[in-house]
Design a protein. Sequence first.
Lengths: 344, 344
Amino acid sequence: MPAQARRSQTVKVRDVAREAGVAVGTVSRVLNDHPTVTRELRERVERAMAHLGYEVDVTAQSMRAGRSRLVACAIRDFDIPRFALFIKEAEAVLREARYTLLLASTTNRPEVEIALLSAFRRRRVDGVMMTLSDEQHRDVREALSEAPMPVLLIDRNRIEALDRVTADHRQGARLATSHLLGLGHRRIAVLVGDTKAFPSRSRLEGLREAYAAAGVMPDPRLLRDNVLSSEEAYRATASLMSLADPPTALFVAAMDMLGGCLRALRTMGIAVGDGISVVAGSDSDLAELHTPPITAIAWDLAAMGRHAATMLLERMRGDEIERGRGLTVPTELIIRGSTRPVAN
Amino acid sequence: MPAQARRSQTVKVRDVAREAGVAVGTVSRVLNDHPTVTRELRERVERAMAHLGYEVDVTAQSMRAGRSRLVACAIRDFDIPRFALFIKEAEAVLREARYTLLLASTTNRPEVEIALLSAFRRRRVDGVMMTLSDEQHRDVREALSEAPMPVLLIDRNRIEALDRVTADHRQGARLATSHLLGLGHRRIAVLVGDTKAFPSRSRLEGLREAYAAAGVMPDPRLLRDNVLSSEEAYRATASLMSLADPPTALFVAAMDMLGGCLRALRTMGIAVGDGISVVAGSDSDLAELHTPPITAIAWDLAAMGRHAATMLLERMRGDEIERGRGLTVPTELIIRGSTRPVAN
DNA sequence: CCCCGCAAATGAACCGGTTCATTGACTCCC
DNA sequence: GGGAGTCAATGAACCGGTTCATTTGCGGGG
């Protein structure tokens, strides 16, 4: 069927109005559940719509209204297994409120974040939830402050004016570190991600607090930051375990990096538990079902997704709420067999 | 700032035209890289845009053009870790082509699939890639055939008119089953997902082919279908292993169900490898790093995502291509320590 | 010098809804 | 009976781009 023919065939409010013998304004009011329509006309219009197979053109509605019923989610990389849960729950909440989710990857680069914000504006997106590669980045902050729609930060907290949903990574890291120190470990290797971002900064804080509480000094040579991929985790672990005086414990304080570390340990023939104590920064089937099972920090990403969507919707509704609300989901340490007293 | 004030402040083509001293048509032609604009005017218009901070309104463009530069992806559940890879790669290809990805979950229900197709039409979405809960569902097929935009099926193949990207699950299942039969296993338990959908059907075909080639009859009492969640996998495994004559091998022929099975085996104190041979239907860190490592079927989901997006874009471009093109990515069996000769 | 042909530029009409000032009908009350 | 008040319904104007029939300008040929 030629596109043109199809095009001219589509049923419009005009056609519905003619069929029902009413004005276009009335059809529009029926469409939008406006209260000032008599039951009789409403029914006539609805019959006409059903009869003609009418479907509103959302692009026309968006153009007129200046909003799109779209909510964008931009994160650094959606190939983080547990993050899918966040998105899944957020989408469910948004769809329930008759919004559609728009998804984009920032690849953790400021210029992409800025370009996406601009694209979202041009699309008249109604709200945005996103991660940031660097909360201090001047141009990103400017783009955020100029954004006409509400923006909610995902696991970021440095921009006071914006709403945010975070996990209590500090607490998790503190628990994990205290646990290891309590088992007598003093040479604890730590892998963290991007220290410009909240989660890693926050974990480092928790780590330091635990050391301070124990009256012990951390060894900076055992810290590896900017570990953002499994391959980097592999290399970092390999290099740490090759030190003259290797660590007795490994704290993988980044999301979804456990696999890379375990691969390195296996390659080097080092046994988890006996050879080295391991704590995973995020829980997973792998951590739970490994032999031995791996002590891990856990938090509820599904709840984060739901809260993020809910808070953003509230903000979009324009309710008079104080700016920069923050919600923090707690973290817990699940102690399993991979962490053992240090051998003397 | 009041929305109304902001609203009236936005810069429009009209304003750019006035500033540059040209007609609105010219501004539009510059925006769309139309060739019949002299370099001088183009530059003047571009300067005016930069000066005024002009941003096109995509909703207006969409309304006029009847298309939105949106591509929708609707899958049954995005909380399938490996699927994130598909989406990630598809999004990258689409963004490269200046399309934005719209994401929705069908929760594997036909009525949701139909509702989403309708919502995509109303939004003038330019293309759709999706899974289907049941390719034979009458109403879904009708909704698909009435869709004005191209639809590409993800790992589904029963609708001849539609393009599709599939994995060769039959091959994977055949290899896995032959491998187990070759090790002497005759009591092989099998978990599959929804047999109304292509992947499970296809795996069952491969399974039967392998049995036929070996001249052995499968035991239907060892088959569990409709295993769609980890919890169901747990229960199915537990029930299979409680049989009077329990299986010697377990073929987890569904995506991402390995965790549930392993949990059940662990709870029952059955050792993978010695106690039972296990094959995973999809590869993962868990399969690779388990002790013993678990034999698994692997395929390239990233490539599937790239191909899906590329094929859909070609179709959207309206190129004269035969309808219903199919692309199949190969599967391979990665043999690891979890599959051993049957104990006699 | 004039006319033709071509290319560049113009701006009104259009896309398909929503909004709101206006009209029309009806009720209520004095 | 008539005027005020209420409420439903009307439809032209509008949202912000794009398109295309028309105009303008310019070079070249006769």
